[in-house]
Design a protein around this ligand. Structure first.
Ligand SMILES: [Fe+2]
Length: 315
């Protein structure tokens, strides 16, 4: 389908890649968000084990990483989607860019904003797409992710709570260091009082939000089922930021108390370059664990579309 332009619109005249902002979109009528197409996608992604779900028993305070194990959804993805009004489930179709039909959609959306983003926050890579299918009143537990994220409401209503990416009251520096070093969200802790600090978006079809990397968020679905899409990516700055936090976690493990990332830019630049060099050497000698080192090309997609398994950069 030819996508009309502009797909995304930003009411604010000054888009800042490291600030939460509202947006509007024109993807609501796209045929790939119609139920028959989503049913076929769910079947294909389930074969790749690229579906994540938990029941609506999960709350804002449920540990996000472990919600599918704590509150498992016993139905198949297709059966769940077919009865999403009554299923009592939150379900995410992961890494839809790995599907050749939906990859075109991910590229269409992100290509439409890339020229603007390149001027402010260059290096778009690890592109990803995620489609959330949510039963009435299901909740997405409080968490944060590593990617910049355009979250778009396609059908139904939900309340999105987002905190700024530098809000250390919402998620501490220690929690951020641990997250980037090990993907653990064990120190990301929900408190009801955090609601008062959040940007609150009452999302309806055609509305959305931009959430910079590591902006904590929590979502409460409305009284009807909903469809929401996320289009995500990394940039040079998100990779630098993640690398600094991972380095600081290593320093913590050695008993040090590193300053907050961003507090001393000269230190960040020096130690980040040193750390990148070490990672590059590790990779050169076959000891790397997937971190990009010096001179490495970053992938266009978060998951190689040719990959057979459903592993993914973000959960
Ligand atoms: Fe998320």
């Amino acid at each position: 389908m030819q996508l009309s332009s502009p797909l995304l619109e930003f009411p604010s005249t000054s888009f800042d890649p490291w600030r939460v902002s509202e947006l509007r979109h024109h993807l609501g009528d796209h045929p790939l968000f119609a139920k028959p197409a989503l049913m076929e996608l769910a079947a294909r992604l389930e074969q790749r084990r690229s579906v994540r779900a938990h029941t609506a028993q999960a709350t804002a305070g449920t540990a996000f990483n472990h919600a599918p194990a704590i509150f498992p959804n016993r139905r198949t993805a297709v059966a769940t989607l077919d009865d999403i009004d009554n299923a009592g489930v939150w379900m995410s179709l992961l890494n839809v860019q790995a599907d050749e039909i939906y990859r075109e959609l991910v590229d269409g959306v992100l290509d439409s904003v890339k020229p603007m983003l390149d001027k402010l926050d260059p290096g778009m890579c690890y592109r990803g797409g995620w489609i959330f299918l949510t039963s009435p009143r299901a909740v997405t537990p409080f968490h944060m992710d590593k990617e910049h994220n355009f979250i778009l409401q396609i059908k139904g209503r939900k309340t999105l709570y987002v905190w700024e990416p530098d809000d250390l009251e919402a998620v501490s520096e220690e929690a951020r260091d641990l997250f980037h070093a090990s993907h653990s969200r064990d120190l990301v802790a929900w408190r009801d009082a955090l609601r008062a600090r959040a940007h609150v978006f009452q999302l309806e079809p055609g509305m959305g939000a931009y959430m910079p990397a590591t902006s904590p968020h929590m979502v409460e679905n409305g009284d009807g089922a909903s469809i929401t899409a996320s289009f995500t990516y990394y940039t040079h700055s998100t990779i630098r930021n993640a690398r600094m936090h991972a380095l600081h976690q290593r320093l913590r493990q050695m008993g040090m108390q590193p300053a907050r990332v961003g507090m001393h830019p000269w230190w960040d630049a020096f130690s980040g370059a040193l750390y990148s060099g070490l990672l590059g050497l590790q990779q050169a000698f076959g000891q790397g664990r997937g971190s990009a080192g010096v001179g490495e090309e970053y992938s266009r997609y978060a998951l190689d579309p040719a990959a057979r398994e459903g592993s993914h950069a973000s959960i």
